[in-house]
Design a protein around this ligand. Structure first.
Ligand code: GCW
Length: 671
């Protein structure tokens, strides 16, 4: 059967290596659950299905297996510890015990995650002799954020329309919902915000609450909770009130009633995500209140319910202070300490907007009294939609590994987010989903790897991009070792390659207006200056780049002094970040030994060449890959190459009008 990508990384095809399969079979005589909660039932069913496919045999699920040997046992033990260390909530421990393989979790979900870890072991053809695996998620709330609208469109979605079929819900449950839940649970995702942050008030109506409750019912047995984005103005839009002022008693009451109604329908509802006073969305500032007033009102409405408020910090206004980089910081930093418990502030990885490379957001490390959710984007809004192959794990890692120095060296963004720097008891991470109704979920088959990598890093941010790429490739494409190496190598390099042919050296926000696709570095006029390209690249006769040092916007001063060190001197600033922080002369020699102009051209040209290299590597693994999938990616790589040329030529020719220098050899076109 041709692989249409629907099964994602949960393929469970027969293990062809007879020896290995026999070893696996020996360990899998039966499955014995330790109870029959919905989540444990999911775990047993999934394991049985997985083993059926991988081992080609039906492994029975039995009860009362105390005396039996040679099977897989589930154990839920709230006091479980591993070598004296208590196991974290939702963590798992897998080890041989009295002739059985025992999967222990403190919670039912822990066992489910252990099941997927064991299956992964088989799917990637690891030995299970003397297997001992222990893992605990480092971040508690691991969420996908959908930007899906009630009419079925997906904002910035490139994989078809929304998978949620509102007009069929709650009566008909598309089987896809369950497959979606399985995929998420397999990588540890435990929450789903089902609708766009540019929210419709409709979700808060009884009609929609019932629909959302039906979805929650599908997610629950997979350990996944459902959350909603809410429209700040909902009390006015659907509540018949004349105001949405968070301090107005009627408004408070309205949200409290709504919240109680939601919990009546969805007892494990996760909570609210809010985009307010951002890009034209309403918010508490419309009434002279601030973000904390708004978030706290919702926290009060949640009351005793076990739910969270995630308040987004993605805010910027036209013409505010001349550098959009500084705006979220200016609005949110002063509010640190004002947010009530169970309220988190959700911050994008970088200060501008999901560009292909950004310095980490200066709010990380600057709000020690507020738990911060890291928001990354899986959908490739600024990274080539579903036509460019860009594996995003290296980009996520770059942010996670960024050192804020908030509490001395080693206060990485990862440790701010997981709560360890400031001792927060709640922690969260969110990925804007790249999923749609396309048969293969993500449009670009390789986009699946970004969904996968997000989940794996949300669970454990210390995993390497390389290891995740290999694991995903083995589960999704092939277990042929040389092919795995080739593909993982292309994946790991792909993001840097994309940066080179689009926005090298720290250029940012020079893409096509509003659609955010393709180059438009010449864009000089728009509804707002901060929606143009020239605002960001500042090309002139002297040079290129946004001066954010003390001579310029001084955005650098938002970082701790040690963090500033990395970027504040143009001579030592890593070239990858140079034009984020400095206006550099065209003839200035960089640490690479080339002038800025020559380096810029070199990156654009070698970036395109690297796409050719990607094509060659992909061609080389053809025998190991499903033909349909191989052809699909081959076609997309052709588009990618064509568009890399487009980016290169558009940008080099445009910047040349400022630099007024020839394209250097060996790139100069023949005359
Ligand atoms: O990157 C921008 C997108 C908007 C999006 C916004 C946000 C949902 O272009 O489409 O709106 O970010 O994150 O709120």
């Amino acid at each position: 059967v041709a692989d249409d990508g629907y099964r994602l990384w949960l393929k469970y095809d027969l293990v062809q290596d007879n020896g290995l399969r026999k070893d696996y079979q020996k360990a899998a005589g039966f499955i014995a659950g330790s109870g029959n909660s919905p989540i444990l039932q999911t775990a047993a069913t999934e394991l049985q299905q997985g083993l059926q496919g991988l081992l080609g045999k039906n492994v029975p699920v039995v009860t009362g297996a105390e005396k039996k040997k040679g099977g897989i046992l589930f154990s839920v033990d709230a006091t479980a510890n591993v070598s004296g260390q208590p196991l974290g909530k939702d963590g798992y421990h897998i080890a041989a015990q009295n002739g059985n393989l025992v999967i222990t979790g403190k919670t039912d979900a822990g066992v489910l995650y252990g099941v997927f870890a064991l299956l992964r072991q088989l799917q990637t053809r690891q030995s299970i002799k003397n297997l001992e695996l222990t893992s605990t998620p480092r971040i508690q709330y691991r969420l996908l954020n959908h930007w899906d609208n009630p009419n079925g469109t997906v904002e910035r979605g490139y994989a078809g329309s929304s998978i949620w079929k509102w007009y069929e819900l709650p009566e008909r449950l598309d089987p896809r919902y369950q497959d979606y839940a399985r995929a998420n649970a397999s990588i540890g995702i435990n929450g789903v915000v089902i609708n766009n942050v540019n929210a419709s008030a409709r979700y808060l109506t009884p009609e929609y609450i019932e629909k959302v409750a039906a979805l929650a019912g599908v997610m629950r047995p997979y350990g996944i909770r459902v959350y909603m984005s809410v429209l700040w103005a909902a009390p006015k839009v659907i509540g018949g009130l004349s105001t949405s002022d968070p301090l107005d008693p009627k408004v408070k009451q309205w949200w409290t009633d709504r919240t109680n109604e939601i919990y009546k329908a969805i007892p494990d509802f996760g909570g609210f995500l809010v985009k307010a006073n951002s890009e034209g969305e309403p918010g508490p500032q419309d009434y002279g209140r601030d973000h904390a007033d708004g978030a706290n009102m919702l926290a009060d409405a949640l009351g005793q319910h076990d739910g969270l408020v995630m308040w987004r910090a993605f805010v910027y206004k036209a013409n505010s202070n001349g550098d959009r980089f500084k705006e979220a910081y200016a609005e949110f930093k002063p509010l640190d300490g004002r947010f009530k418990p169970k309220t988190l502030v959700q911050v994008k990885n970088g200060p501008i907007d999901f560009q292909s490379r950004e310095p980490f957001h200066p709010l990380f490390g600057a709000m020690p009294r507020t738990p911060l959710v890291l928001e990354v984007q899986l959908t490739q809004e600024y990274l080539g939609f579903a036509t460019h192959m860009v594996y995003l794990a290296p980009m996520f890692k770059e942010t996670l590994d960024g050192d804020t120095y908030a509490n001395g060296k080693g206060s990485t963004v990862a440790k701010v987010v997981d709560g360890s720097v400031d001792n927060h008891s709640i922690s969260g991470i969110a990925g804007v989903a790249n999923i749609g109704s396309d048969r293969n979920w993500t449009g670009h088959p390789m986009g699946q790897a970004n969904w996968y990598a997000f989940g794996r890093l949300a669970w454990d941010h210390t995993l390497s991009s390389q290891a995740i790429a290999e694991e995903w490739t083995r589960m999704s494409l092939t277990n042929d070792a040389p092919a795995v190496r080739t593909i993982a190598d292309v994946m790991v390099k792909s993001r840097d390659i994309y940066v080179r042919y689009t926005t090298p050296l720290g250029l940012h926000h020079i893409m096509g207006q509003s659609i955010h696709y393709g180059p438009e570095p010449w864009l000089a006029s728009s509804a707002r200056p901060d929606w143009t390209s020239v605002y960001y690249h500042k090309a002139d006769a002297a040079g290129l780049g946004f001066d954010r040092t003390a001579k310029g916007s001084n955005a650098l001063s938002l970082y701790k002094p040690e963090a500033q060190q990395l970027w504040n001197d143009p001579k030592t600033c890593p070239p990858d970040y140079l034009l984020w922080f400095h206006h550099v002369g065209w003839n200035q020699e960089l640490s690479t030994g080339r002038t800025l102009w020559n380096e810029l051209c070199t990156r654009y040209y070698t970036g395109v060449d690297s796409v050719t290299w990607m094509q060659q590597q992909w061609a080389a693994v053809k025998p190991q890959i499903d033909p349909e999938l191989h052809a699909d990616v081959t076609g997309r790589l052709q588009t990618q190459h064509k568009e890399a040329l487009w980016w290169r030529d558009a940008c080099v020719l445009y910047f040349q009008t400022h630099a007024k220098q020839p394209i250097p050899a060996p790139f100069a076109p023949p005359t």
